[in-house]
Design a protein around this ligand. Structure first.
Ligand SMILES: NC(=O)c1ccc[n+]([C@@H]2O[C@H](COP(=O)([O-])OP(=O)(O)OC[C@H]3O[C@@H](n4cnc5c(N)ncnc54)[C@H](O)[C@@H]3O)[C@@H](O)[C@H]2O)c1
Length: 506
């Protein structure tokens, strides 16, 4: 059944290739009956035709509703929690952050993720999801526990497992019956076995735990879509029974499930992220050569991506990858390799290329226009990608820091990430509430995040608003053909510069 329905979705997705995932989800509903559910319906809106498609399908047999506790209410935990609630499970989300729990109890999302607030509200109202920072409430009489706490990097690139270990201790001390602990956090190979050992060291006598690795692949900005429509669900386990239970929990999503051992599941996550980051650094290197040989990287990527062996994802040239996962996971994989006396030279290059790429726009600006000291500069975009307010390891923030180092006076705009940026950059830069006010009277503008609002901003407005219309586009938002119609100097990535002779007043 899983593969039958997946084939249907695959066909559907292939027939609608240009649709952005988030715009698909207009409404997501399911029907449950008491403790089992056997069908649910997804209403997907087609953004181009505005017609909605009603897809309803039935599971073979009944799927049993599970009582699940999620440890951690971050991007992964909260999305997982509300999506499990949405398909009928009874979910308790536990976090040590009391303030966050208080907000969530009121239906307030602690971060921006499209569709999340709506699903949170509806499942709170239905009583299918609840939030607590009380251990007993979270762990007593629960059979399934998902661990989704953070695994940030340490200074040497290795993974800080303090939150994982603390979560394991709390679980061990508080569970009252046999349980399955499922790790969604990205953890080094062998960590799930350590988690099990820690839990067991705190368990009351007679209670047993099984451990399952179920790495998470959602992308911030399309996290709900990615959970409901995951390309695959990886289940790594020592116990076939535990793996079967996790498979049952996920069955209503009707996505492909691949079962393997614990270590391989942990490795799949790191290898997948490293491969995607390598694709980005690869295309950025190609882009830099394109500029020299007068080729257009947008056409080159498109042509390459038409090859089904390559595919068009993560082939967009720009100012490098960022975010809470790629940078730390790649460093972690390097560290894992070195612990086993293996070097992973290719990954070192992936990181070096990315670091250079994050500085590229400033190098180009200085080369073309001279020093940026004292120049009034607009920075459009701060989040590490569109549709999120997450600025962790954002290339935009790196760009801002480099601009500060060059002595530029920065006014930044982002639709969602200004508050989080204030916490790290404070008054080192100024903040604007609209693109227009960020650009007004500026001598240069940088595009760092390709929000739709920024991509759709009319080119003529740069000319009208800026003192000198010089635009450095780190996300290739505008077609060169269009740019040529305006009096703007336009420098992008992997494409020739369009120069109209603008210069700073010196
Ligand atoms: N963010 C993503 O896009 C993404 C995607 C795939 C995988 N991951 C992985 O998932 C994990 C979580 O990432 P995230 O972005 O959701 O993290 P996050 O930082 O957004 O959230 C972590 C949450 O865990 C809570 N926490 C910490 N220790 C706790 C404890 N002992 N008990 C209960 N709660 C605790 C924190 O208060 C916080 O709310 C990481 O390993 C990450 O690499 C993240």
């Amino acid at each position: 059944m899983i593969f039958t329905v997946n084939t249907f979705f695959t066909l559907l997705i292939k027939t609608l290739p240009s649709i952005k995932p988030l715009k698909w989800i207009n409404h997501f509903q399911q029907k449950t009956c008491c403790s089992t559910f056997n069908s649910f319906t997804i209403y997907l809106g087609h953004p181009q035709t505005e017609q909605s498609m009603n897809m309803s399908y039935k599971m073979k047999g009944n799927v049993t509703m599970k009582k699940i506790t999620i440890v951690g209410t971050g991007h992964v935990g909260l999305v997982t929690g509300v999506c499990f609630a949405e398909i009928g499970h009874q979910v308790t989300c536990y976090d040590i952050n009391a303030e966050r729990i208080e907000q969530l109890q009121k239906g307030i999302c602690p971060f921006f993720e499209p569709e999340l607030d709506r699903l949170l509200e509806s499942n709170l109202n239905k009583g299918r999801v609840s939030f607590t920072n009380n251990e007993q409430e979270a762990f007593q009489h629960v059979e399934i526990i998902y661990v989704t706490v953070g695994t940030p990097p340490l200074a040497d690139g290795s993974v800080d497992l303090q939150y994982i270990k603390e979560a394991a201790r709390i679980i061990g001390e508080n569970i009252t019956n046999d349980s399955i602990v499922v790790t969604k956090s990205t953890v080094p190979i062998g960590t799930n076995k350590q988690i099990k050992a820690i839990i067991e060291s705190f368990l009351s006598e007679g209670i047993k735990v099984d451990i399952v690795s179920n790495p998470e692949f959602l992308r911030e900005g399309s996290a709900i879509y990615d959970t409901l429509q995951a390309d695959r669900i990886i289940i790594g386990a020592e116990s076939a029974i535990a793996a079967r239970v996790v498979e049952e929990i996920n069955k209503p999503f009707n996505r492909p499930i691949f079962k393997t051992d614990l270590n391989s599941a942990e490795m799949i996550k790191y290898a997948a992220n490293a491969f995607l980051a390598a694709k980005i650094s690869f295309i950025n290197e190609v882009a830099n050569i394109c500029e020299e040989v007068e080729a257009n990287i947008e056409d080159v990527s498109f042509g390459m991506g038409l090859d089904s062996r390559i595919g068009n994802h993560h082939l967009k040239a720009g100012i490098g990858y960022g975010g809470s996962c790629f940078p730390k996971d790649i460093k972690a994989l390097l560290d894992i390799a070195s612990q086993h006396l293996k070097s992973f030279d290719m990954l070192k290059t992936v990181i070096d290329v990315n670091n250079k790429q994050q500085h590229l726009l400033i190098d180009k600006a200085i080369q073309q226009y001279g020093s940026l000291k004292g120049k009034n500069v607009a920075l459009l975009g701060l989040a590490f990608k569109p549709n999120t307010d997450d600025i962790r390891e954002s290339s935009a923030i790196t760009l801002a820091r480099h601009l500060i180092d060059e002595g530029a006076v920065i006014t930044a705009y982002d639709p969602k990430a200004i508050e989080k940026t204030k916490q790290v950059l404070g008054n080192q830069i100024q903040y604007a509430s609209t693109i227009e006010s960020a650009l007004t009277e500026k001598e240069m503008a940088f595009i760092a995040t390709d929000w739709d609002e920024i991509k759709d901003f009319q080119l003529g407005r740069y000319e009208e608003l800026m003192k000198t219309p010089i635009l450095l586009d780190g996300r290739n938002c505008y077609p060169l053909k269009e740019v040529k119609n305006y009096g703007i100097d336009y420098i992008s990535i992997g494409r020739h510069a369009v120069l109209k002779g603008n210069a700073f007043d010196r």
